[in-house]
Design a protein around this ligand. Structure first.
Ligand code: FAD
Ligand code: NAG
Ligand code: NAG
Ligand code: NAG
Length: 593
């Protein structure tokens, strides 16, 4: 008898040893990324009697310095930890393709991101409910986001203190970064230090970064959630899922049930209860399509038998667009550039040695200085609203309508400007020390798409057809132009003006008129790596893919839990949203188990 009462963990060690065709789990989560790893951990804690499987295409990389050292952020872009996607040539950018980086490693894009840790304004989360999703909104999301959070620091802002993801205000702040608030406030922007995490981000301030204070390492889903999981969670890395297996349920109606997944190797793994897609905004829609769920035309072209007609799959792709103004610093003013661009030099290796020895190191440096602004604060409120209404006032799309409403609410940011103590230009580093002002449009109206490649649809082809439609409308172009012009105004204001000698990108002389700025933006624009919306949580008739329980329409037990469900892009960096969505999903799945 004792044999059958052994702890479940031990049982699973046995199961992991049996041949794949016999494997069965209660819950299978596809994608061990930001949301997927958080969800798997919470299910394992909340459903201790259930067997849970987390499948990740990439490897585990617990000891990878390029992930763990905060100041090495960016260094795994374009490596084997990156899926290296690109967009199709963008018509409005003169045919340029834009990189779409995504983490291919346990932890997903939370292992790759730039450690900006913040939140959007409260009305933007409330918009999710207003679009038809009962139970969602700011109250639900702030509770969930703080549940995932352990802030170590002291201020009176809205933080969580007992969750897995650690964060604090960076202790490495270059003196040139301290010019931020004194400079921008001269242009009439309010200082909002210590008060931006509770749904009112408008203003200029320092914000936290997701670093673990005990070792000054990146705190991300694989390092901070996963160790909390029980032994009822099995993690398979270096394993790619090809599709979800769906069968039509008996009885009236045509509801499909997920019975498990098929791996790229052809192996089948069964799920007794649910399959959950957490493959992110670029790959969750493709997995649905390969499973027979999506637009008729897309599936037909790819030769996939359509089971569920869901035209919204892969549509509604939204992203933040950004452009940089770069300024070379005067002699004697310090920046982070040597640690990026001379990483083999004595200074960089010395600083890395300090980090490895547990001493305070410049390699702890991450973004500190943020500005979230509305158009009123930039002095172009009526022009920008008029332009948006002229272009989208007659649209019947609910996302467009919501963005028009956001423009009328002064607590909802229209623009973000980030201030960095290093070169982040588009045309290459040419030596020296820099500051960069990165201007980002918070609610571009462009809504693009991502679909499987009809010529080679297999999941392991890894070439989704991504068309974000960047800068494809008059509002998005002018918004980027106005934001970058304002960034130049900031740079020309003292005390910041006293720190630099020349604007190298775009260059004061080369770019002055709005047409010149727009032309520069087409050549220099990049993504802020925030694609959302491609499996939108919306009513089915509005292009929705999942309902308010994150269940895929037409299925009984297939959900999507990642940033693809966000219906309208929020005015923030969006890892906190991914964790919040995972926490809410876990609570729902546990309650419905
Ligand atoms: C370079 C970069 C910088 C960023 N900077 C910031 C920042 O500073 N602050 C911030 O808040 N946000 C930032 N973001 C955005 C944020 O990190 C992402 O929005 C968020 O991590 C996405 O979480 P997710 O769970 O939706 O997807 P992901 O974390 O991308 O997870 C998807 C996972 O699914 C796996 N997968 C995909 N297909 C399959 C398959 N078929 N089988 C098995 N596994 C599969 C992938 O390998 C991946 O691990 C950044 C993103 C990037 C890429
Ligand atoms: C991404 O590109 C780099 C450089 O070409 C390559 O080494 C890496 O393997 C690629 N990643 C994937 C997942 O193929
Ligand atoms: C929060 O993080 C600190 C280290 O920064 C740690 O000492 C503490 O135990 C953490 N709290 C929880 C509940 O995990
Ligand atoms: C690296 O350079 C900075 C100044 O730019 C200095 O403060 C720091 O001590 C140097 N570190 C090492 C290890 O030389």
């Amino acid at each position: 008898m004792m044999k059958f009462l052994q702890p479940l963990g031990a049982l699973l060690v046995l199961l992991a040893g049996v041949s794949a065709k016999d494997e069965t789990y209660d819950y299978i989560i596809v994608g061990g990324g930001t949301a997927g790893t958080a969800l798997a951990t919470r299910l394992s804690q909340g459903l201790p009697k259930s067997k849970i499987l987390l499948i990740e295409a990439g490897p585990a990389a617990a000891d990878e310095l390029r992930i763990n050292v905060p100041g090495l952020r960016g260094s795994i872009l374009g490596t084997s930890y990156d899926w290296n996607f690109t967009t199709v040539p963008q018509t409005s950018l003169g045919g340029r393709s834009i990189d779409v980086n995504r983490g291919k490693v346990l932890g997903g894009s939370s292992a790759m991101n730039y450690l900006c840790y913040d939140r959007a304004s409260a009305p933007e989360y409330d918009a999710w409910r207003e679009l038809g999703n009962k139970g969602w909104g700011w109250d639900a999301m702030i509770e969930a986001m703080t549940k995932s959070e352990n802030f170590t620091g002291s201020d009176n802002d809205r933080h969580g203190f007992t969750g897995p993801i650690r964060n604090y205000y960076n202790r490495v702040v270059y003196p040139v970064i301290r010019l931020w608030q004194p400079t921008v406030s001269k242009l009439g922007i309010n200082v909002n230090d210590g008060n931006s995490m509770g749904g009112k981000p408008i203003g200029v301030m320092f914000q936290p970064t997701n670093i673990d204070e005990t070792r000054h390492t990146r705190s991300y889903s694989a390092s901070s959630y996963l160790p909390l999981a029980g032994r009822n969670l099995v993690v398979k890395t270096n394993t790619q899922v090809a599709k979800v297996n769906l069968v039509k349920r008996r009885g009236p109606g045509s509801v499909y049930q997920a019975t498990g997944v098929t791996l790229s190797s052809g192996e089948i793994i069964a799920a007794n209860k649910e399959v959950i897609l957490s493959a992110g905004s670029v790959q969750s829609p493709g997995l649905l399509e390969l499973s027979g769920v999506g637009q008729a035309a897309v599936l037909k072209a790819a030769g996939v038998n359509q089971l569920i007609d869901l035209p919204g799959v892969g549509e509604n792709y939204q992203d933040h667009i950004r452009v940089s103004n770069t300024y070379r610093l005067k002699e004697g003013i310090d920046s982070f550039d040597p640690l990026i661009f001379d990483s083999a030099g004595a200074n960089a290796t010395g600083e890395l040695a300090k980090w490895l020895n547990g001493e305070q190191s410049l390699y702890e440096y991450t973004t500190a200085a943020y500005g979230f602004m509305n158009w009123q604060q930039l002095g172009v409120d009526s022009q920008m609203k008029q332009l948006a209404r002229k272009t989208f006032g007659r649209s019947t799309n609910p996302i467009d309508a919501k963005k028009l409403q956001h423009l009328d609410n002064p607590i909802v940011p229209a623009v973000e400007i980030l201030y960095e103590a290093n070169f982040v230009g588009a045309f290459g580093y040419t030596g020296g020390k820099f500051i960069t002002l990165i201007s980002t449009v918070m609610h571009p109206f462009a809504r693009g798409s991502v679909h499987i490649d009809s010529q080679n649809p297999a999941a392991d082809n890894n070439k989704p057809v991504i068309d974000p439609g960047y800068m494809s409308n008059a509002y998005d172009i002018q918004a980027l132009v106005e934001a970058a012009k304002f960034a130049r105004r900031i740079a020309h204001t003292e005390p910041m003006r006293l720190a630099w000698e020349i604007e190298t990108e775009p260059g004061d002389e080369a770019v002055q008129t709005d047409e010149q700025w727009a032309d520069f933006a087409r050549k220099a624009m990049g993504s802020f790596y925030h694609p959302v919306g491609t499996c939108a949580m919306l009513p089915r008739g509005d292009g929705g893919v999942v309902d308010a329980n994150l269940r895929v329409y037409g299925t009984s037990n297939l959900r999507v839990v990642d940033n693809s469900i966000i219906p309208v892009i929020p005015s923030a960096h969006i890892q906190t949203a991914a964790y919040g969505i995972a926490e809410i999903a876990a609570a729902k799945i546990i309650a419905q188990a």
